[in-house]
Write a protein that binds this ligand. Structure first.
Ligand code: SAH
Ligand code: TYD
Ligand code: ZN
Length: 414
């Protein structure tokens, strides 16, 4: 039998131009953060979500690119500050940057994708010069209302060069959960090259391929997440653009991330942690296509198990609701074919998502009160990356006999 992935013509790598070999097809998918008004579902945008690996630089990436203006605009609904764990995470990172990197005279930090100001607010409070780039004007305004300086724009070579000309070099350029959103990595690196001071650091953190594979967290793959980084692929990209990977931190947030510290080539001595993580990736064969094909087989197993469980619960007359209308859940519901017949509604704290329909499968989104006013038998935890925080605050649900359904690293009920 021919593997369909083998007959798909390779596309060109967005980093190095090499051949990208597809290893997972997640099918027809909508914009993951486009929640629809109930009476306006016609004309929804769909694309084919498939992921491959570059044979040359090993970068894992989508094979089809969704235009950025369809994703990041005035109504972009994701607000970073919705999680207390994430608020603490970014406050801690801001303090670390203030203590270690922003200590000279008149330091300057630029953030790419500052969203509602979750990180830069602490920098502003410390009175340190900063600028956030945030193209989604709705969330940018929320940051501005906190006193954070925001340029409502995409960070790329041209916009970064303008900032360099007007405000001088930056000591730190930082991005969280944003670099993986940017297919035009070359333009971003040229922008960093133009803006970063000679001994500055470029720091970014994103979902880690090692965790995605280990946990089969295939829902980290959706339109906005164009790349899934590893230390190996980031090091190759950094070298290509004149930078060097000088440190890495494993992070527990969002199901497992890595924070990459890049400096200009030769400017800083790489830490032991870089060599250790690269060795770990080699031992796990993370760069091998066979590993990624095995991951794809695990994804199919999760889809079948989850669909079977939900179908059985429906037949038994059990009620199931979703918890957290995450962007990730668009991949799960659309790939598995989970609609309102299997999951009655999804509850979410984000006002801009409430009383709308989830992308593609059109499950109603309700405020958290819809959950607590009448607990369902089961809650499918789409926001599994916030499991600790959510389960702690929803203890009454479990005390009332409710049970959580998780699908990472495999389908299970707790
Ligand atoms: N840093 C926040 C937000 C992550 S969501 C956090 O970790 O929670 C990704 C954000 O990147 C969105 O707010 C989106 O509007 C923004 N974004 C997308 N492309 C960008 C670009 N080229 N430059 C700056 N921000 C961008
Ligand atoms: P998140 O998993 O952070 O990201 P993504 O959308 O990129 O997959 O999204 C968390 C979602 O879950 C967000 O819409 C807010 C919601 N949420 C709750 O409803 N209750 C909670 O307690 C938390 C932490 C999040
Ligand atoms: Zn490549």
């Amino acid at each position: 039998m021919t593997d369909p992935a083998d007959v798909t013509a390779p596309v060109a790598c967005r980093v190095c131009g090499g051949d990208v070999t597809e290893f997972l097809d997640l099918g027809r998918q909508p914009l993951s953060d486009r929640f629809l008004e109930p009476d306006r579902t016609e004309g929804e945008f769909f694309y084919r979500l498939a992921v491959g690996q570059c044979a040359a630089c090993r970068m894992v990436q989508l094979t089809e690119e969704v235009p950025r203006d369809l994703m990041f605009h005035e109504e972009y609904p994701y607000h970073s500050s919705g999680s207390s764990v994430m608020r603490e995470h970014f406050a801690g990172l801001a303090q670390r940057l203030l203590d270690t990197e922003l200590t000279g005279p008149d330091p300057f930090v630029v953030e790419i994708g500052c969203n509602d100001g979750i990180m830069l607010k602490a920098v502003q409070d410390a009175g340190v010069r900063h600028l956030g780039f945030e193209p989604s004007s709705g969330v940018a305004k929320v940051a501005q209302a906190k006193g954070v300086r925001v340029r409502t724009d995409f960070f790329e070579e041209a916009t970064a060069s303008e900032v360099r000309a007007a405000e001088g070099t930056a000591d730190v350029i930082y991005a969280a959960n944003t670099m993986c959103h940017i297919p035009y990595l070359d333009s971003v690196f040229k922008g960093v090259d133009a803006l970063l001071s000679p001994d500055g650091v470029f720091v970014f953190e994103d979902p880690y391929l090692g965790d995605v594979v280990a946990k089969t967290s295939f829902d980290q793959i959706y339109d906005e997440h164009f790349f899934v980084f590893s230390a190996g692929s980031v090091q190759a990209a950094a070298e290509r653009f004149g930078f060097e990977l000088v440190d890495v931190d494993r992070l527990p947030v969002h199901g497992g991330e890595v924070r990459y510290w890049l400096a200009r080539r030769g400017a800083r001595t790489p830490s032991e942690a870089v060599a250790r993580l690269l060795a770990e990736e080699a031992a796990q064969q993370l760069g091998e296509l066979a590993t990624l094909r095995a991951f794809a087989a695990n994804v199919t197993a999760i889809r079948d198990d989850l669909k079977a469980l939900l179908t059985r619960l429906r037949a038994e007359g059990r009620t199931v609701v979703g918890y957290g209308a995450t962007a990730k859940s668009a991949t799960v519901t659309n790939f598995c074919g989970i609609g309102p017949d299997l999951v009655q509604f999804v509850c979410d704290t984000t006002p801009d998502k409430q009383n709308r329909l989830t992308p593609g499968m059109h499950i109603p989104v309700r405020p958290p009160t819809a959950f607590s006013e009448s607990y369902p038998d089961y809650a499918l935890l789409f926001a599994w990356n916030h499991a600790e925080e959510i389960m702690a605050k929803e203890q009454e649900f479990q005390q009332a006999g409710g049970r959580w359904i998780l699908y990472v690293p495999e389908v299970h009920v707790v």
